[in-house]
Design a protein around this ligand. Structure first.
Ligand code: KG4
Ligand code: ZN
Length: 352
């Protein structure tokens, strides 16, 4: 039985709307308070990097256990830092997919308990919609429609953001996500977890043209990506060097790999902006904090007269402020989830 609760409705009176947002889809336990979708009052992140580094990658069960241990403190800190109590909060937003099921369940159960006890509306948020919405926080002028390149550890999508939370998918990866490729290459050259930032740093000292790795193109799907061939080419290069006793230059190898990824991302994003006639292009997800991708995309956008948007690094990787931004626009559209909200580990983009 659902309890009937009279909710305060920010849409009708033009008052400010504060959302307490919770994110626990992977290896960060995060909570934030966001006002009117764009003003971050607090953004608290408890990272599990030290824990998972011991195993060379995220161990799902350990992630869930760490979330349950940390989530109350993280939420308490987010409310305190924002200078608010639950009474000042208008709705609870939470990531309910995609992600690791056990990790998602911790955030979803917590959000439901708070929403029920404090009599607040509950809004389940798509994690990737959150990543895209991170762009709204620091760019007050950015409004849909625009092209967005979403590059995270689990997803690589090129989309048109038609409206808040409305996506038309132009292309996606056929195999590995961009972040996954960074993580696998990092492991292969001994840089360890988390791979992306380590490759980014090592590549700064290297020559991006030292090794010409292949750039995959998918016949008939000009906006789709493929990174598994590139990853295999890097692994073959390493094996060959080992067999012939050649020394590998980690900076040159990582710079060349990174250059191949950046080229395939930039060329498709620019092609989409031109073909569909958009002059605004945004990037989202952990890989959007990659320095070579930012530089490459900036140069290409300047050449084409396209305005480029991307969040600060802390808002590119997993955080709850981006969930608060997405939850606000969902809230305004009238999205409300019931007490039966569940974690959906393979939630598709655009699905509710
Ligand atoms: O968006 P995110 O925090 O989590 C997911 O939703 O997956 O993305 C994490 C991914 C990881 O694969 C990580 O290696 C990658 O983003 N990443 C980077 C950088 N920072 C994080 N990849 C390349 N360069 C970076 N600076
Ligand atoms: Zn993410």
């Amino acid at each position: 039985m659902e309890e009937k609760i009279k909710f305060h409705d920010c849409r009708s009176d033009g008052e400010c709307c504060r959302i307490l947002a919770i994110e626990s889809s992977c290896d960060e336990t995060a909570a934030a308070v966001v006002e009117n979708g764009r003003r971050v009052l607090s953004n608290v992140i408890s990272s599990q990097i030290a824990l998972h580094t011991l195993y060379g990658g995220v161990v799902p069960e350990l992630a869930s256990r760490k979330h349950i241990e940390k989530i109350n403190q993280v939420i308490e800190a987010a409310l305190k830092e924002a200078g608010v109590t639950l009474e000042d909060i208008d709705a609870i937003g939470v990531t309910y997919g995609p992600g690791l099921v056990g990790a998602l369940l911790v955030g979803v159960a917590e959000a439901k308990a708070i929403a029920y006890a404090a009599k607040k509306p509950l809004i389940g948020v798509h994690h990737i919609e959150g990543h895209v919405s991170a762009n709204f926080i620091e760019h007050p002028d950015l409004e849909p429609p625009f092209i967005c390149l979403i590059v995270s550890g689990g997803h690589t999508h090129l989309v048109i953001v038609r409206d808040y939370g409305e996506f038309e998918i132009l292309g996606r990866t056929r195999d590995d996500a961009a972040g996954e490729a960074f993580d696998k290459v990092a492991r292969a050259v001994g840089l360890g977890y988390p791979g992306g930032p380590k490759v980014d740093k090592a590549a700064k000292e290297g020559n991006p043209h030292a090794v010409e790795f292949p750039r995959a193109k998918i016949e008939g799907s000009p906006y789709d990506f493929s990174f598994s061939g590139l990853k295999s080419a890097v692994l073959n290069y390493i094996n060959h060097a080992k067999m012939t006793g050649e020394e590998i230059s980690v900076p040159d190898l990582t710079a060349s790999f990174q250059n191949a990824v950046v080229e395939s991302l930039v060329s498709r994003a620019i092609m989409a902006a031109k073909e569909y006639g958009y002059r605004k292009l945004a990037m989202a997800g952990g890989v959007a904090s990659n320095s070579a991708l930012r530089e490459g995309m900036k140069a290409a956008c300047e050449k084409e007269g396209i305005s480029l948007y991307y969040p600060s690094p802390v808002l590119c990787t997993d955080n709850a402020a981006m969930i608060g931004a997405a939850a606000y626009y969902e809230y305004k559209k009238g999205t409300r989830h019931g007490w039966d909200l569940n974690a959906v580990p393979n939630l598709k983009l655009g699905e509710r």
